[in-house]
Every structure is written in C-alpha cells, then in structure tokens.
Design a protein around this ligand. Structure first.
Ligand SMILES: Cc1cc2nc3c(=O)[nH]c(=O)nc-3n(C[C@H](O)[C@H](O)[C@H](O)COP(=O)(O)O)c2cc1C
Length: 234
C-alpha cells in the first residue's frame, strides 16, 4: 500500500497539522510506503484557465513545473492524505493552486448538472482514498470548518473523503497540554490502524478524535497565559 501525504502548510516540517498526519500514518502496517511532499518547497504555478487539458493536450497541463511530479505520485498512491492548516476558513493558497491544477485528471464539462463534480479520465482515480487532515487555531472545529466542508463535499462528493478536523492546533507547539495532546495522537494512530484495515474509522474512535484536545475553559486559560508571557516590541 502506498500512502502519500501532501503537506499544504507553509511551515513544512514544523507544521502543527503534520503531527496528526504522521500519527495517522503510524497506524498503517510497516509494509506501507509513506511519502511526504511539502508543497511549499515545490514549484506549483497557478492554473492558467486555458482548458488545454480538456482539449488540445487532453489530460495534460501545458505548464511545466512540479505539478507533473505531484500528479504522477498521486496516480501511483492508494491513499492520499491532504494535511494543512485552516486559513481564513479554507485551504491555504498553495494547496488551492494544487487543487486547481488537478483539472487534467477530470473529463471536460459537457453541460447539465448531475449533482456531483466531474468524472475522472483515469479509472485509477476512482478507487483512491482521500483523507483530509486539518488543524485550526480556534477552540472548536464546527464553526470553523463549515465552509471548507461544503467546498470538499462539492469537489469530492460527500461520501468520498474522510475528514479529521482538529481545533486548538497551536497546542502542538505549546509547553502546556502535553499529556492530552499525546493521548489525542494515540487516538489518531488508532484511527489510522482502523482506516488501513477497513477504510473507515469506528464510531468509538471517531467520537474521541472529534473532541477538542482541551476543554474550552482549559484552552482559554492556556491561551491567555501564553499572550501574557509575550513581551511587546520596543
Ligand atoms: C493566514 C492565516 C489564516 C488563518 N485562519 C484561521 C481561521 O480561519 N480559523 C482558525 O481557527 N485558525 C486560523 N489560522 C490558524 C491556523 O489554522 C493554525 O495556527 C494551524 O494550527 C496552523 O497549522 P500548521 O502549523 O499545520 O500550518 C490561520 C493562520 C494563518 C497564518
């Protein structure tokens, strides 16, 4: 089995979210080939909107950059994990550029609306599993991820991806809450084990990983203590 982690955080290895993606991958059998691509280190130009990939160069983008490598790796993987921070209720710009550049994977639009997004050119794309892992800074996930969830539902189809949304992301670089954070990562590893086995996460594990790492009161106490410690410049 091949698992590809597309890290959309500009912080690359220092990404809060990557802690979760790595713990998820640790749940997979040792024989699993895991590869991490840090998108911020790659050259991904924005889509030109020329639609060549739907016409003259069918299935191929006219831009010559690292998207060719990324597309090949996507095609060669069984499980794609997109790992990224929430930026203004959506995905960060590099990952959005990469998403736009996935247009060559899709068949051209030929009118009508069947309630979903485009059919894929290559049948291999239909059997891949997509896992979305994201952290945000806010205390709880539900109000933060509403817009992203709608976008993902529209792009992938509601039942075609598995999402792990984790609020309180800055706890991954905090001296506080270590015990709770480690417990959370153990539950994520368990989610990875289950996913490797059945491509689903059990309701029991799901209820654990959907809970914020700290209670709202605990998180507030830590956050305000953090800002009180910061000295203003000048
Ligand atoms: C430009 C920018 C926009 C952000 N927008 C949001 C947001 O809309 N909601 C939120 O809860 N956190 C937001 N955050 C906080 C990040 O999502 C959070 O710090 C995350 O854990 C960073 O993950 P990373 O280390 O993997 O990049 C934003 C951070 C930045 C830098």
């Amino acid at each position: 089995m091949k698992l590809l982690i597309l890290n959309g955080s500009p912080k690359c290895e220092r990404s809060n979210t990557l802690n979760i993606a790595k713990a998820f991958a640790e749940g997979f059998p040792e024989s699993t080939e895991v590869e991490i691509l840090h998108l911020a280190k790659m050259h991904i130009k924005p889509c030109l909107g020329c639609f060549s990939c739907w016409g003259k160069t069918a299935g191929k983008c006219v831009i010559d950059d690292d998207m060719g490598i990324i597309s090949e790796k996507i095609l060669a993987s069984d499980i794609i994990v997109e790992s990224f921070p929430l930026y203004f209720f959506g995905m960060p710009s590099t990952l959005k550029a990469m998403t736009d550049r996935c247009l060559p994977f899709m068949k051209p639009y030929e009118g009508g609306f069947a309630g979903g997004f485009h059919e894929m050119r290559d049948g291999r794309m239909n059997i891949k599993k997509l896992v979305i892992i994201s952290t945000c800074g806010y205390v709880e996930a539900a109000p933060m991820y509403e817009a992203l969830r709608k976008q993902l539902d529209s792009i992938c189809g509601k039942s075609h991806y598995t999402a792990i949304f984790c609020p309180q992301g800055e706890l991954f670089v905090s001296d506080y809450g270590r015990r709770q954070r480690e417990g959370y990562l153990r539950d994520i590893k368990r989610a990875g084990e289950e996913f490797a086995d059945s491509f689903t996460i059990s309701p029991e594990t799901r209820s654990k990983i959907d809970k914020p790492i700290l209670s709202p009161a605990g998180f507030e106490a830590i956050t305000s203590a953090h800002w009180k410690q910061q000295k203003p410049h000048g």
